[in-house]
Design a protein around this ligand. Sequence first.
Ligand code: UDP
Ligand code: MG
Length: 317
Amino acid sequence: MTDKTLISIVIPAYNEAVGIEHFYNSLSKVLANLKDYRFELIIVDDGSRDKTASVVRELAKKNPNIRFVCLSRNFGKEAATTAGIQVARGNAIITIDADGQHPVELIPTFIEHWRSGKKVIIGVRSSNEKEGFTKRVGSRWFYRMFNRVAGLKVIPGSTDYRLIDRAVQTEFLRMSEHNRITRVLIDWLGYERELIEFKARAREHGVASYDNKKLVQLAIDSLISHSSSPLYFASYLGILILPLSFVLGIALVGDALLGDPLNWNISGSAYVIVLMLALVGVLLISQGIIGLYLSQIQTEAKNRPLFVIDESRSIDA
Ligand code: UDP
Ligand code: MG
């Protein structure tokens, strides 16, 4: 019995009292068929304001394979997921939403791929009919831009429905930054990834906590925390403006010295404007220089590992 491989299932839950028992039941049905494994279900209550905690406690009384992690307040899904990954003891860890949007039927496929040697298996959402047009198009556009700006390869539609090997867990937990998105960090770690497509279902109960406003916030946050290119924007603008003001200034002075052959009729304020343009250029460039320092500080402050070794593909490392 005890020599079976242990697999952890991490389930962040915020205000899921209505649906979580139903979710638990369908999950249990799938797990019951996987006789070669033992499972621990780590349910993380992310400071729910409804009865989620007591519902889970009741479930845990009847099911010894449930481990209940109760956060002191709402820290957000990313923190809740990280908490679950941190306490997980399995050889593989599956993260899955508690709202029924991630089809539990895929778990056997996830495990199969893991058995065949993949370290990261990612559920990729092919479409979500109920999702609004803005959310769909917005996320596609965002991923494209994000990959370009951040120099990462985040797969569009990839979700937090994932399986990670214990080796990936260890590396993941070395990353201590606060502004985090679990799936982006896992992507940053690298490792061979396997993609599994699924159709996202509509949420079974309750309401999604990410509305459009929050998603835009999330997009901005993740862009800022993974890329410093926005910081360079000011200096690029300055580098553009400064030479322009020089050219204009020389033209103005030249024209005046030659007795206005082009009939420009230059007024005094034109000189002031050109001078101001030059000063703005200087200011923007200086701002960009501060940006360069800031971006270095940001990188250092994140304190990410310098590299990640994939032990299973190295020899005697
Ligand atoms: N969740 C959480 N903390 C939060 C918000 C959400 O743990 O502050 C959980 C939630 O219970 C669900 C998962 O994260 O299991 C995904 O949340 P949601 O369905 O609201 O997000 P979406 O499906 O829009 O990505
Ligand atoms: Mg959801």
